[in-house]
Design a protein around this ligand. Structure first.
Ligand SMILES: Cc1cc2nc3c(=O)[nH]c(=O)nc-3n(C[C@H](O)[C@H](O)[C@H](O)COP(=O)(O)O)c2cc1C
Length: 390
């Protein structure tokens, strides 16, 4: 086994010399050096040499975050609370609390404590900077989380997010995952010192940006240019997606919508049912008029939003009461879909059940392993004389 440089994740665990099976032998240090020279990462599954038993997928991201599986639950307004984040982290992924879901920085600190009561594993905090004139106290939320001992942050939003980065950088060892929707924004964030990029394709729930580049193009284009580790986001929900993301050059996946349809998501069962009923066409892109495109689930209310915004002279006032955050929160709590709109991505086409987070993550990893070990491995068998696989 080649030896490589060691690096330490924020929890003090050494991550180097991860034994990678197969030929040629690589370790995590080798992987890091290859990326530093601008080469694409080599995807290898770790196999316990002595037992042949399948092992989880190890990437720079699992190592840096101190998690078992390269699966992150993205920040979700009204959804990213302690029960969900802890369940994802307990299952070996990275759960993320959404700061602005809490009424104040003090309430966020209390939620962090509640999450700690549910899991001893790493979790993060999302700080999303919205394009609004009435800004919440973003820096106050960031400081409250830092003071509570959080060292993993997902950031997203407008360029004003740089102010939050500055505060986070004051505490050594803090890791910043920055979520963005364009390669140029990823490169800019990388230059400004974030640690991990989460790149959201056009398929995603929430704000996919204005470029409309789907993940199949966006992820490899970003992987060719971004040197720090990258999560692929938008449209992921199963093991096929995980393998594809790793093959495209990412080192893990970030999921939002899929985690909404889990037992632990704090969402009314009728809304979870809607995630199941909607298929891959079951979302609308709204707010393009305002250069703030947003993907929401298809429903009578979002149909009406689309109808009103077809008028080229439409203003936000024409839809404000339908799309307000208060209305959306009421919808999630009551299950009454006439109350507002709900965030949802195209991945609804892949959602057919409501598992626990542990069942979901276990299934994704098992599917990914089966794809590599069976489906793809079978395609790599030599063809026999009659064209049959040997
Ligand atoms: C209900 C919901 C709320 C969300 N709220 C936020 C948010 O507050 N901040 C943020 O950065 N992203 C938010 N997102 C986006 C997710 O973090 C993630 O980037 C996205 O859902 C990935 O695409 P997918 O839904 O196809 O998995 C939200 C997504 C959903 C489904």
């Amino acid at each position: 086994m080649a030896s490589g440089a060691e690096f330490i994740n924020p929890f003090g665990r050494h991550c180097a010399r991860v034994p990678l099976g197969g030929f040629p032998p690589f370790d995590a240090g080798t992987w890091v050096r290859q990326r530093a020279r601008g080469q694409a990462p080599i995807l290898r599954r770790i196999t316990a040499p002595e037992s042949k038993a399948a092992m989880p997928f190890h990437t720079r991201i699992t190592c840096m975050l101190g998690i078992e599986h390269p699966i992150v639950q993205g920040g979700m307004q009204s959804v990213g609370v302690a029960e969900l984040a802890a369940a994802v982290s307990e299952a070996g992924g990275l759960g993320i609390l959404t700061a602005l879901t809490q009424a104040s920085p003090a309430a966020l600190a209390a939620e962090i404590e509640r999450c700690r009561g549910l899991t001893s594993k790493p979790f993060g905090v999302n700080v999303t900077v919205f394009p609004t004139t009435m800004s919440p106290d973003y820096v106050g939320y960031a400081r409250a989380a830092l003071d509570a001992g959080v060292r993993i942050f997902e950031t997203a939003g407008t360029q004003a997010v740089a102010e939050v980065w500055e505060v986070l950088r004051e505490v050594p060892g803090t890791l910043i995952l920055h979520k963005c929707t364009a390669v140029r924004h990823a490169l800019s964030a990388e230059r400004r010192g974030v640690d991990i990029i989460s790149i959201d394709g056009f398929e995603c729930a929430g704000h996919p940006g204005e470029d409309d580049i789907p993940g199949l193009i966006l992820i490899p284009v970003a992987a060719d240019k971004v040197k720090i580790p990258m999560l692929a986001s938008g449209g992921f929900g199963d093991g096929r997606g995980l393998v594809a993301a790793l093959a495209l050059g990412a080192e893990g996946i970030n999921m939002g919508t899929r985690f909404c349809a889990t037992v632990e998501a704090p969402i009314h069962p009728d809304v979870k049912q809607k995630y199941l009923e909607n298929d891959e066409r079951g979302s609308h892109l709204v707010f393009r008029n305002f250069h703030n495109s947003a993907r929401v689930g298809k429903s009578d209310v979002s149909d009406e939003v689309v109808r009103r915004l077809k008028n080229p002279d439409a203003t936000f006032e024409d839809v404000r009461e339908l799309v307000s955050g208060v209305a959306g929160k009421a919808l999630l709590e009551t299950g009454d879909l006439s109350r507002g709109v709900f965030w949802a991505g195209m991945v609804q086409g892949l959602i057919h059940d409501i598992p626990t987070c542990a069942e979901l993550i276990e299934r994704i990893i098992a599917e990914a392993e089966a794809i590599l070990d069976q489906r793809l491995a079978a395609m790599r068998q030599r063809a026999g004389p009659a064209g049959n696989v040997a």
